[in-house]
Design a protein around this ligand. Structure first.
Ligand code: APR
Length: 309
């Protein structure tokens, strides 16, 4: 089996490294537009194989889509990252052109692939990939909600002073700082609602930190984060290729679910071999429904910019 990661930058290379260390495929192809860049990253990664003990072969290529043919999964990370003070939404112009061309070229070589979109603004890039690829909607998955949920669990674990692995918590809606919805009501600590352990004030602080989680890191590092985005992408790929049926909040095309249509937004989905298989209904309360509708409005207005492409 072959897995392709497009974009050998911070997120792409980190995601690729997680995938090879989990040995999810015989071959991982890393593709970048920058001459020699993916080749170099691939060589460096291959030179860790005896140290980490993996057998996946990493092939780096410069814009050579033939090498990606018959991939089971294509992960798209190509595009500009955020700089301090920038929102994910401000990347739309440049990244839409890149994602459009990358989706067309990679699907031509791997028509059966499941496509994972990481490039930002992720909700709009996922919608673009659905429209551009002509693939079944189940085969296009935007990664953002897994990352946001992982950050939500991190901030909850700090507030509760407990291991993040003891927590269940989801972020749905858009992947923007203002559009994501950390579901504090449904978050639990070993089957007890987190609201029984944290005050409203603390919970609101966790929610606020989660929503600006990406911007906080961009401010500290000077560019957008890569360890958690890369690991989140790899967790998604693992559930696809190993048919794990894990439930992750992911950005998928909605056809009436959660009251929205003709839009890609984050909702909990079962992830298996064919892509996303089923949308889970969290039975939102009225205020959560209202937040979801508001998030959809913001993402829809961002999607309208695509008409210029
Ligand atoms: N085809 C292939 N690769 C491309 C193309 C293209 N058309 N255009 C750009 N790239 C490559 C760049 O050469 C670069 O190596 O995409 C890579 C992006 O890497 P970084 O600049 O390090 O950005 P990164 O931090 O990895 O973020 C990538 O993921 O999380 C999102 O917001 C982030 O949209 C951004 C994306």
């Amino acid at each position: 089996m072959k897995i392709t990661v497009i974009g050998a930058g911070n997120v792409g290379a980190t995601c690729a490294e997680s995938i090879v260390r989990m040995e999810l495929a015989e071959e991982l192809v890393l593709l970048d537009i920058r001459e020699g860049f993916a080749e170099g990253k691939a060589m460096d990664m291959n030179q860790t194989s005896t140290l980490h003990g993996f057998h996946t072969k990493v092939t780096g290529v410069t814009n050579d889509y033939k090498s990606t043919s018959n991939s089971a999964v294509i992960v798209i990370t190509s595009g500009l990252p955020r700089k301090p003070g920038m929102t994910r939404e401000e990347l739309i112009g440049t990244n839409a052109g890149i994602v459009k061309s990358v989706v067309t070229q990679s699907i031509a070589e791997s028509p059966e692939a499941v496509v994972v979109v990481i490039s930002n603004p992720m909700d709009t890039m996922t919608y673009l990939a659905v429209k551009q690829s002509g693939l079944s909607k189940n085969k296009i998955i935007g990664m953002g909600g897994i990352l946001d949920s992982s950050r939500f669990k991190y901030y909850l674990s700090e507030a509760l002073d407990c291991p993040p692995s003891d927590l269940q918590a989801s972020v749905i809606g858009g992947h923007g700082d203002k559009t994501m919805i950390p579901l504090t009501r449904l978050a639990s600590y070993q089957s007890t609602p987190v609201s029984t352990h944290l005050s409203n004030e603390n919970l609101n602080a966790v929610k606020a930190s989660t929503m600006i989680g990406g911007a906080t890191l961009t401010g500290l590092i000077g560019t957008s984060a890569w360890y958690a985005p890369g690991a989140a992408g790899a967790a998604l790929v693992a559930s696809i290729v190993n048919d794990q049926k894990r439930i992750f909040p992911c950005c998928v095309y909605l056809d009436g679910e959660y009251g929205e249509s003709d839009i890609c937004l984050g909702v909990p989905v079962v992830i298996g071999k064919g892509g996303w298989e089923k949308i889970i209904d969290y039975q939102l309360n009225d205020s959560e429904k209202e937040a979801f509708a508001k998030s959809a409005d913001a993402v829809r207005s961002m999607n309208s910019v695509l008409e210029d492409f």
